[in-house]
Design a protein around this ligand. Structure first.
Ligand code: EPZ
Length: 435
């Protein structure tokens, strides 16, 4: 298929309703965890993303029958043939590492290579391997592959040196089927961890404390399938709120989880947006110039999420005043700044710090998404900017946003998806119905 880009005619206020998609960062670990469970698990509200199709392909290659219909995915788990994840699939996304825990839990074996995903600085897997070692796995490397094997899995006390999201999730899936009790301290507290634990508990696991710093897992001998609905995507929700704030207008998000978004909502409030929350709805209205808060620090949950840093940076670029942004989670997460500067933004980056001087208005430019959230940031800027923008590198955005252009258009923006080599209109890519 020809490579595509988005053509924005920016500068229009955004008005309307958005139904928040299911959370990518919950759906992917849930799909991997479903392989642990005997029988057919049914997952609803799964976002239609290229990362989802990669997870489904891995499941099918491992011998689990995985089918997608709309936003529902069924996985036949518990009877996995293989234990090796092909290198080509490993490289497509970071979440391929989420198969490590379930494969060790179920098969006591896993063969994998280094995962891919957004380039945000070094993203080692040392803590994943240390954690599964503590639960009984032996790890060797040969022929460029990592071989993990466990004669027996035993619960253990594990203290993480950093509250890693992925490591916490892998500990949950291995320990769920290990003998005895696992106590995990300094666990990540992101809401997606609690979502995974709720699914596993619905399948017969005994996990308590997920979403808090200490998680206790009592191993059980087997897990059964369950029907489960993926939680709302708090980062996609924040992306649309930032777009509404930057372009001005009035938005209503439906199907959101505002309770998981306190640190995000307080940044929007500090920037001068009017917000309202009612059940699963978030209302935002803004007109005039945004105020830059003085300082913004990304932190593990419940701090301000690193995944929302790029969308917020784009929003603040259209404001007034100066904000010092500090990225504490990843070493290199400002690759979107170059594109924002092409659109007239005034941002200086030095290591993990970005100083954003609001310029009030951006202008259109020809820019390329450097990664998933950086691409979303450039989309926000393009919708707010005066004139035409071209946004390339859509494969990054398609990994995490369901119908990115369609949502903008439903809010009154003018965005077309078109082939790069043609000046013509182009059309949205077909949705895979099964993988
Ligand atoms: C998850 O990645 C998310 N991905 C990321 O979302 C998110 O940015 C990140 O958590 C932090 O919130 C998924 O959930 C699929 P970590 P993960 O392990 O699990 C270091 C997005 O845009 N580390 O919490 O990979 C690591 O380098 C994506 O949706 C080690 O040093 O993040 C990083 O500095 C991008 N060794 C820090 O920990 C390890 O073995 C936090 O990473 C593992 C991690």
């Amino acid at each position: 298929m020809a490579e595509e880009m988005l053509r924005f005619r920016g500068g229009r206020p955004l008005r309307g309703e958005v139904t928040v998609q299911g959370a990518k960062n919950s759906a992917l670990p849930l799909l991997a965890a479903a392989l642990l469970c005997s029988g057919e698990s049914i997952l609803h509200n799964v976002p239609r993303l290229t990362d989802t199709w990669t997870a489904c392909r891995i499941l099918n290659r491992l011998g689990c029958r995985c089918r997608a219909a709309g936003n529902t995915v069924t996985v036949q788990g518990g009877d996995v043939g293989g234990c090796e994840i092909p290198d080509a699939d490993m490289r497509k996304m970071r979440s391929s590492i989420m198969f490590l825990g379930p494969l060790i839990g179920l098969k006591h074996a896993c063969i994998l290579t280094m995962p891919g995903g957004c380039e945000l600085g070094p993203r080692p897997i040392d803590m994943h391997l240390d954690a599964v070692r503590r639960l009984g796995a032996q790890i060797t490397e040969s022929g460029g592959k990592i071989h993990c094997q466990a004669a027996r899995l035993r619960g253990a006390k594990i203290a993480l040196s950093y509250p890693s999201v992925g490591v916490t999730e892998n500990v949950l899936t291995v320990a769920a089927l290990a003998e005895g009790e696992t106590v995990l301290t300094n666990a990540a507290r992101e809401p997606e961890i609690a979502d995974l634990a709720r699914f596993l508990n619905a399948c017969g696991a005994r996990i308590s404390g997920a979403g808090e710093g200490t998680v206790v897992i009592e191993g059980v001998s087997q897990l059964h399938a369950a029907e489960y609905t993926v939680m709302p995507d708090r980062i996609a929700a924040m992306t649309w709120l930032c777009a509404g704030a930057a372009a001005g207008g009035e938005l209503c998000l439906r199907g959101a989880a505002p309770g998981d978004m306190e640190s995000c909502l307080s940044v929007l409030e500090a920037a001068g947006c009017r917000l309202g929350v009612c059940g699963d709805r978030i209302y935002l209205s803004h007109s005039g110039v945004l105020r830059c808060p003085r300082r913004l620090l990304t932190m593990p949950y419940p701090g301000f999420p690193t995944d929302a840093q790029a969308p917020v940076t784009a929003m603040l670029a259209t404001g007034s005043g100066t904000c010092v942004v500090e990225e504490t989670v990843f070493e290199s997460r400002y690759k979107h700044v170059g594109g924002l500067m092409q659109m007239g933004a005034d941002i200086r980056v030095s290591g993990r710090i970005a100083v954003v001087n609001g310029v009030r208005a951006l202008h259109g430019a020809d820019v390329t998404a450097p990664d998933l959230r950086g691409g979303a940031a450039l989309g926000i800027a393009a919708a707010a900017a005066e004139g035409e923008s071209l946004l390339r590198g859509l494969h990054h955005i398609d990994r995490g946003y369901e119908d990115f252009a369609g949502v903008f258009n439903s809010l009154g923006a003018e965005v077309r998806r078109c082939p790069i080599l043609s000046a013509g209109g182009g059309k949205m890519p077909a949705e895979p119905q099964s993988c």
